[in-house]
Design a binder for this molecule. Structure first.
Ligand code: ATP
Ligand code: MG
Length: 140
């Protein structure tokens, strides 16, 4: 199984702006299969835990506040080479540097409010999927 799943969130900015449908369509068109999905909201505590790796960064407080500011869509996606291919599909963290046609180039407004999350390694994909979903909620 390692290597074929990634975890994503459609972040509060994109949910508020009505981009859930557009982003999911682009994800499907790129060949990803949705194996788990929910519309949910992170508490500040949960958002802080999810992004704990960035605790010492100057933007951590802002990130936690933003990620707990509204609904998100959490999903587990399956595809060969899922982590790398999904990072390519979403584009650079800063939308000003994201390649044309990528999800962040189309939907993100700033480096902080950048529309989507994508796991950065196979190991983190597993950890992040388990953070949001139980085994019985993932349909492999
Ligand atoms: P994500 O983990 O959400 O997929 P990423 O892997 O592209 O994004 P990270 O370096 O992991 O980027 O940063 C996590 C998130 O923190 C970014 O997506 C963004 O929302 C926020 N962030 C990163 N750098 C900055 C910054 N310089 N200023 C404000 N927010 C930032
Ligand atoms: Mg990251």
């Amino acid at each position: 199984m390692a290597g074929n799943i990634t975890f994503t969130m459609i972040k509060p900015d994109a949910v508020k702006a009505g981009h859930i449908g557009g982003i999911l369509a682009q994800i499907n068109e790129a060949g990803f299969r949705i194996v788990a999905m929910k519309l949910t909201k992170l508490s500040a505590e949960k958002a802080g835990e999810f992004y704990a790796v960035h605790k010492e960064r100057p933007f951590y407080g802002e990130l936690v506040e933003f990620m707990s500011s509204g609904s998100i869509v959490a999903a587990v996606l399956e595809k060969d080479n899922a982590v790398e291919d999904f990072r390519t599909l979403i584009g650079a963290t800063n939308p000003a540097e994201a390649a044309e046609g990528t999800i962040r180039a189309k939907y993100a407004t700033s480096i902080g409010e950048n529309a989507v999350h994508g796991s950065d390694s196979d190991e983190n994909a597993q950890i992040e999927a388990s953070f949001h979903f139980s085994v019985t909620e993932m349909f492999k």
